[in-house]
Design a protein. Structure first.
Length: 484
């Protein structure tokens, strides 16, 4: 084809063929979002289910009960952020003691590493608040709406009177429980008895906000989000694979024994017919709170709760097959057909011994440091308004402000003194009384004979000694200025 314009005459032109986008093939499309299917977990009884409930009781008795216990005249455990003091049983910690909180967090993290290396997701399945509250919310749900099939039927049916009252009752119970949880949580930061009074009289806007906030978080996470928190929000599920190895205890399906799976009656000789022990009843899937099939192998969604073990063991009992088709074991044990003694021996492997050693050393250091911790603390601040002055008697005086903290549970009297320069004396009060777990600020005046020290700044020390034996002693550095 040639161009007809005079300039381009004789030049070839490219023919433009319009491209019509092909119709997308729906079977080839991959959705970027898939809404989660609701998990209707079936309840089951057994060793692991029992242990889960024992852990629910233990953790919740501690959580709900602890803020109501008293130690002397105060709450036994209170993180009083307003007063910047933490009360832990007989201990009173100040912001200066933040190192202990850091130490405690490191010990918790190391313990998690250790337990994960040995026993997989023990924490997730039995003690994590998400697991524990989900278990409680699911229990309330099953008590009101019935077990798995009844709940599925109720959700599928239209809005009948039965559905309205069951759903309403469940919501009321969930909300009451969530609010009580929020109230208890805030009770660790505000004295819980005062908090109760404030809420009843609708005082304390921040307290009300935090009770509602934490209550709403509990309601949403345990009532609706459930396994999705573990799957999509919890970072621990993601980085735990770095802590796993082939000797870590995990919930495993014994593929070699179970496959090929097939339904059958109890009477047939399944081995003679080439069948494995799995009867493909899917009970292990129905009881799983995260809705996975453990027969597909280790999955990051598995929280290690062991409910599929209980389910499968109950089936094995009915079929009169040996228990343990699904069991808590290690990848090495399944692959190499190890006996229990060999599995136990592998617990004490180098990684576990290193974690244990570091954890032990840190715990000892922390306990020793707490035992030797000073029960009196002092902060010295120079009085900037009056750096140095000559006072009556021809003495040179510097003024300071001392913050004396009594970290014991009793009122203490302290003797104050100072040293560090020839002729240095404390010209202000030499004894001071500080209430239990209180801080008292006092003005302190240090004097030296005029001319007894060269001009410049000199280091001096304040000594604070409790009059009661063993109630603490502290020394704090300060600067004494001598003008030219
Ligand atoms: S697969 Fe088994 S152990 Fe894992 S979450 Fe489901 S029921 Fe619990
Ligand atoms: S419960 Fe046991 S027998 Fe039933 S499907 Fe699961 S693994 Fe197979």
């Amino acid at each position: 084809m040639k161009s007809d314009s005079g300039k381009d005459a004789g030049k070839p032109v490219r023919k433009v063929i319009p491209i019509t986008p092909a119709e997308p093939d729906p079977s080839q499309m991959v959705a970027m979002f898939e809404s989660e299917k609701k998990v209707y977990a079936r309840s089951i009884s057994g060793v692991f289910a029992r242990w889960r409930w024992i852990m629910v009781f233990l953790t919740q008795i501690v959580f709900y009960g602890l803020p109501w216990l008293e130690w002397g005249q105060r709450q036994m455990v209170l993180f009083d952020l307003g007063a910047r003091r933490f009360y832990l049983f007989g201990l009173v910690l100040y912001p200066q003691d933040f190192i202990y909180l850091t130490g405690l967090l490191i010990i918790c993290a190391l313990s998690l590493f250790l337990f994960t290396a040995v026993a997989g997701r023990l924490w997730c399945g039995f003690s994590c608040p998400q697991t524990v509250y989900t278990e409680i919310f699911m229990w309330i749900e099953s008590k009101v709406e019935g077990d798995r099939s009844a709940r599925m039927r109720l959700d599928k049916n239209g809005w009948t009177f039965e559905k309205v009252w069951k759903k309403s009752l469940k919501q009321v119970l969930w909300i009451v429980f969530a609010l009580w949880t929020g109230f208890t949580f805030v009770g660790y930061f505000v004295p819980i008895r005062e908090l109760g009074g404030e809420l009843l009289t609708l005082q304390g806007n921040w307290q009300i906000f935090w009770v509602l906030f934490y209550g709403f978080a509990t309601y949403g996470n345990a009532g609706y989000m459930r396994e999705q928190v573990c799957k999509y929000m919890c970072p621990y599920a993601r980085f735990q694979s770095a802590m796993f190895d082939k000797d870590t205890m995990i919930v495993s399906y014994d593929t070699g024994r179970g496959e090929p799976r097939a339904p059958r009656t109890k009477k047939i000789d399944h081995k003679a017919q080439g069948m494995g022990d799995c009867i493909d009843c899917k009970l292990c899937v129905q009881v799983c709170p995260v809705g996975i099939d453990i027969r597909n192998g280790l999955q990051y969604e598995c929280i290690g709760c062991g409910l599929c073990i209980d389910a499968c063991d109950s089936i094995m009992d009915k079929m009169e097959y040996p228990r343990g088709l699904i069991r808590l074991t290690t990848q090495n044990a399944v692959a190499k057909l190890w006996q229990r003694a060999q599995v136990i021996r592998r617990i004490f492997r180098p990684r576990v011994l290193i974690y244990s050693g570091v954890l032990l050393a840190l715990s000892i250091a922390m306990i020793a440091s707490l035992a030797l911790r000073q029960t009196v603390k002092v902060d010295v601040i120079r009085d900037r308004a009056s750096l140095s002055r000559i006072v009556a008697g021809g003495k040179l005086e510097n003024v300071y402000r001392l913050q004396i903290m009594n970290a014991t549970e009793h009122t203490q009297r302290y003797r104050l003194s100072a040293h560090g320069l020839p002729g240095l004396e404390l010209a202000s009060e030499t004894e001071v009384e500080v209430g239990p777990a209180e801080t008292r600020g006092i003005a302190a005046r240090l004097q030296i004979p005029y001319g007894s020290a060269e001009s410049g700044s000199h280091t001096v020390y304040f000594d604070i000694d409790a009059l009661q034996a063993g109630a603490g002693r502290a020394t704090e550095k300060a600067v004494f200025l001598v003008p030219r």
